[in-house]
Ligand binder design. Sequence first.
Ligand code: CP
Length: 306
Amino acid sequence: MKLQSRHLLGLEGMSKEELTLILDTAVSFREILDRPIKKVPPLQGKTVVNLFFESSTRTRISFELAERRLSADVVSFATAASSVGKGETLKDTARNIEAMKIDMVVIRHSAPGAAHFLSRVVDANVINAGDGAHEHPTQGLLDMFTLRETFGTLEGLRVCLVGDITHSRVARSNIYGLRTMGAEVTVCGPQTLIPHDIERLGVRVYHRLEDIIPHVDVFNVLRIQLERQKSGLFPSLREYHRFFGLTKERIDRAGKPITIMHPGPINRDVELSADLADGEHSVILQQVTNGVAIRMAVLYLLGASN
Ligand code: CP
């Protein structure tokens, strides 16, 4: 069994078998992360370039660690210190870097479709590390890995994504991946932050947390993008927290444990209370650890196809 594509651009259209292959491969890499020596040789002699045109903490560090743990040579690119500021196009930047003989590119960019575009203009394998509000496939995969680790299966699992669905690449990758794996996905948030046609992706929509709390196993809480407040999509952070903030008090009313996830960075006490973020049912730091294993699996499966 192999992945169908030489690139990882999104989870939309990937089969259950392909997603399972990545999740199963990550299990072996997750074990390596607990060893005293965490380095293995599969990408020895390969060069990976990380092109981050947008800010990132978790994803960039996680990819760099994954690449180094697979023994790749790693080059990381910071927009501020590059020729992009001098007006160079994405295509020219990428083709010039590729002329230095690289094998794989990891790209984060504010434009939806940037990774797809890059995959058409370079020969290297391209991995999407987040393209605008479109997809963040490795985040979707690490979320699924964490849920499979916690519950044993994704089949029939009831997952609710809470918050700004419209602007969230994490939401889209989770919806595509989880639905393919047989989970039941719902979304909950203000009308202004949920696309009107989201139901065509096979999810149910709720606008009140109280209506969905009794029917979920997992809340994946999305970051409220503070920059959106200026555009009037919700009146104030205080009001958002009152209606859509997940708090221990709210969850306790369910009378059963609900697993709490967040892709980070968290706005504490806005979308998620600090006691829930740090509580016994939070798997937020597990998600971060598993991110390295998932990225090792993706790099390994794509790098092996060269
Ligand atoms: N989850 C995530 O993509 O975080 P960063 O923006 O810090 O990479």
